[in-house]
Every structure is written in C-alpha cells, then in structure tokens.
Design a protein around this ligand. Sequence first.
Ligand code: ADP
Ligand code: ADP
Ligand code: ZN
Length: 217
Amino acid sequence: MNLVLLGPPGAGKGTQAERLAEEFELPHVASGDLFRENLKNKTELGLLANRYIAEGELVPDDVTIAMIRDRIKRPEYENGVILDGFPRTLAQAEGLKEILTGLGRTLDGVLYIAVPDEELVHRLSGRRICRRCQTPYHIQFKPPQKQGVCDTCGANIYQRDDDKPETVRARLEVYHQQTSPLIDFYRQYGLLTEVDGSGDIETVNSALSEVVRSLMK
Ligand code: ADP
Ligand code: ADP
Ligand code: ZN
C-alpha cells in the first residue's frame, strides 16, 4: 500500500501520518523531516534546502525527487509507505510515478486533508516539534504531557523558524500556487479522497482510517 497525504502546511499531515503508520504498520516518510535532519547534520543537501525553507519556498524538484527516491528504495519501505509532504508540485508527482514504477509498484491512494487558511495559521503558530524525532505538538491542541518535552523520546521541543508568521504567509501562498493543482491532478486519475481536516485530531483520524481500510479491500 503506497499512500500520499496531501494538504496545506498545518493541515495535520505529520500528526495523522504518525497515527496511520501505527495503525496500519506502514512506515511514513516526511520530506520536511528529511530536509531538517540533513540540516541538523549539516550535509550539503541540508544547507542547500535551508535557503529555500527559510523563505517559505519549495526546495527544487530535482534534489527533492532524488532524496525521496533514495529513501523509499530502502528495504524497510518495500511493503508500502505513507508519504507526507511529497509530492508538492506536478513535476514531483511525475517523479513519484517514475520512482514507484521503477520499483514495480503503484500509488494506491491520495488522502487530501482539507483545512481553511484561517485555521492553518492558528495551527502553525502554535506548533512545536521535537528536536530529535520531529513529532509535532501544539501548545493548545496537543500539548506534550510534560511541558517542553517530547512524549515519544524525551528530547526538547521547539518552534520551527518557518512557523513564524512572516514565513507562514509565504508558505500558504506557495501551497495555493504550486501544490493545490495536485488535487485535480490526482482526482482526474481517480486516486483522490478528500477528508474534512477541520475537526479535532481524533475525528480526522477516524475519517482517514476508514479511507485507508476501504483502500485495502
Ligand atoms: P502538517 O504536517 O500538515 O504541516 P502537523 O501535523 O504538523 O501538520 O499539524 C500542524 C499543527 O496543528 C501541529 O501543531 C498539530 O499538533 C496541530 N494539529 C494537527 N491536527 C490538528 C487538528 N485536527 N486540530 C487541531 N490541531 C491540530
Ligand atoms: P509542513 O509540515 O508545514 O507542511 P514541511 O515540514 O513538510 O512543512 O516542509 C517544510 C519546508 O520544507 C517547506 O516549506 C519546503 O521549503 C520544504 N519542503 C518540504 N517538502 C518539500 C517538497 N516536497 N518539495 C519542495 N520543498 C519541500
Ligand atoms: Zn521526540
């Protein structure tokens, strides 16, 4: 089962990917997490990506596609993967098709998590993530059990620089221009299921689980 979670920044892709990964025993891959790991390790890719991330722009397609190709050909993803944050452009969608075809696989479904912009700003401004494992939290909607500390791994949580208001606006614009065309692109292939992402985490999770279960039949 190869799935894509599509949606604007702050829609809940990372939050829901983690839940679905656990429920369906499908590992997930988040392009943003991979870039941030590269930056933490000061790799060439990380330093390059950060120039774009800091401005709220997309990292160029060629490096992004290469990074994802490299990752999902690993044996741990052989039985399937949940992609979060990739693809984000039509060129990346074509890239994904090629990657999967090369591995003798196909895309089974795209779950589009729809959330209005006003709500996204609220979610992004309160988001905190774990420095080590990148689990997302929210100061109001999903606080960690112990303030400032990740429930999963015990490391510190922090606010991403690109979750500050100036960059959030740029990211939403980039989403509407470059990523939202993927909604119709995948709809046209009959791969898209839209889920209302404006409810609470549990409600959205139930809706998504049901879609995945029906795709598995
Ligand atoms: P994305 O990966 O799509 O950018 P995240 O999963 O990181 O989104 O969620 C963005 C922020 O909103 C996080 O702080 C998360 O805790 C919070 N969040 C996620 N889903 C919901 C929800 N359904 N209701 C309220 N807050 C949510
Ligand atoms: P969010 O959770 O808010 O959707 P991500 O963590 O997925 O944000 O991405 C953070 C930043 O990393 C993006 O604003 C962009 O600069 C870069 N990025 C992540 N995924 C991609 C991608 N598929 N293509 C290009 N840039 C990406
Ligand atoms: Zn952690």
